[in-house]
Design a protein around this ligand. Sequence first.
Ligand SMILES: Cc1ncc(COP(=O)(O)O)c(C=O)c1O
Length: 413
Amino acid sequence: MSAAGSIPSSCLHRIFRAAELREKEAGVDVVKLHVGDPYFNPADNVAEAFIDAVRRGETKYTGVEGLPELRAAVVDKLRADNGVDSEVSRLLISPGSCQGLAALLQSLAEPGAEILLPELHWPVHLQQAVLAGFRPVLYPLGADLRPDPETIAAAATPRTRVLLINSPANPTGVVLDRSEIGALLDLARSRNWQVISDEAYEHFVYEREHVSVASFERDLPVEERIVHSVFSFSKSFAMTGYRLGYVALANDRAADVMKVAQEANIIGTSTPVQYAGIAALDSRHESTAANRKLVQRNRDVALPPLIRAGLLHELPAGGWYAMLDVGRTGLDAETFAARLLESKGVAVVPGEGFAMRPELDAEGRVRSHDFAPWARQLIRIAFCVDQSALETGVRKIVEFVDECGDGGPTSAD
Ligand SMILES: Cc1ncc(COP(=O)(O)O)c(C=O)c1O
């Protein structure tokens, strides 16, 4: 069996299909709180730039690295907004940050190498790590679901090569502050690890500031840098379907290796989409501020009833997901999600899928897996959806929890 054939399908895809089926079979409009797809659209100049590029015939391959004009615009943005000292030679455009991450992992993987991921993680990070040939090591999160350097150091082994940092985090909404990032980076440097920083939600930080991990390395000689940063146009600019992202590699050697991976993977990123990306960066200050405001308003208006119902501890500091604890219903999250979809037409993701613990065989295939037991009572909702849909969804979740009662139904009623 291949490594891919051994990986269980992600919970995200399962619930996606279940919601679609429910709509088709029962003819009901499902309130979709399971996907991180925003209800708002890209700024007008983005679509115009895309269409103009197509009309001008800018539809041939670009180089594997991406359009020089877009790479230059991204480097300017990284310097001005993120405090990251990148260079065009170390900056690769990718068809979505998910693909950039996959190629980066492929280019860092060595036989037997381990990657450190949090026990509560975005399932795609785990899938990609296994596909690339890494052996994932899942470390427990500390208080308030924050990564703790001591716990991470204890989980690491001499085979550890990479630490993945994701702030703001999917699914927890945790935003790391400067001192936390500094401590993680000190640990990585002291152990000779590489760091991957997934900053897909960089523009969705509410009361605090977003700190780019690579900004700590701006004064270091390039060859000593260890942080590879991955960014997305999907969330910041509501460009999920355009498929556009970029990777700022730590140094030229890493960029050369990833270029080889991308030559084999993609040949190049869609050309008109890259012109749309240039337009998105041109108007980024207005659009990212407006988009953050929309999601923050959703969070502030729609989520407090979940706190009052004892399902949510506090408002997420960043990103656009919240993890709810539905333990008091007596249902496990899988059953909770299935019954909620069936009886209330609301789709949410059971938390177990974010806490898979795979056992790998010697060849790097998943031999067996279980789930962190505490995740059995968690569900994830996305709060980037239309405000009234979100309010309806939240009302129905609270209603459903009330109907279950404390320690609620355990039989198949
Ligand atoms: C943490 C995280 N990283 C990366 C991505 C990938 O985004 P995209 O491939 O659309 O750029 C997502 C998408 O949900 C995500 O949640």
